[in-house]
Design a protein around this ligand. Sequence first.
Ligand code: ADP
Ligand code: MG
Length: 238
Amino acid sequence: MATVSLEKLVKRYGSLEVVHGIDLEVADREFIALVGPSGCGKSTTLRMIAGLEPVSGGNLKIGGRVVNDLPPRARNLAMVFQSYALYPHMTVRENMGFSLKIAGQKPEEIAPQVEEAARTLDLTHLLDRRPSQLSGGQRQRVAMGRAIVRQPDVFLFDEPLSNLDAKLRTQMRVEIKKLHAKVQSTVIYVTHDQVEAMTLADRIVIMRDGYIEQVGTPEDVFQRPHSKFVAGFIGSPP
Ligand code: ADP
Ligand code: MG
């Protein structure tokens, strides 16, 4: 069960506190969008969940287990960033299999897993290309492929589509939705694009200045914003 719980989670950089003790319960297989203006603490929160930033206070639980001190690889999650950072000298196949290779799996074990992930993301015909021979959208699909071969319990996305043009963004939204239905992972998806959040998420978490301002279904936050800030951010009618 890949529930994710944030309990009074705090992040400080030196004496500066940027996440002020936030609470959030993410259900198994839920799709959560974390939204809010630039600098409100979305990436910091995601990076704490991923294990890329140490927690300064409170608890972080995955599947009910406190993971505060576990390294990223022991958390069974995968993260997809805005800058997808594919290895330029490797083919798509090698990029997608790399994490399994460093985990010590044999080539004959890796191949079927990479091929399965490639089928899911419609990448089979691109497996022998290098990143420089791919479009932006294809690269983003490879980045997702690299994440799903590990069959993570939890997917973390940090503004994965913000480098793509509007048309491709719409297309990729559909892909991400299909992917979620297929792999059935829990998803925490950071975006500053409220339309993306509204179309993808089961629930939306609106952050402001290191606090959580409101949590609710897209309909909830749109119809019943708790504050002017939420209404303004989500674009609710006045
Ligand atoms: P968001 O992803 O919502 O745009 P971030 O989580 O990146 O926001 O940043 C939240 C706050 O923490 C910002 O004020 C940012 O300047 C600060 N911050 C982020 N990373 C660091 C860091 N490594 N050192 C100091 N301050 C940081
Ligand atoms: Mg960010």
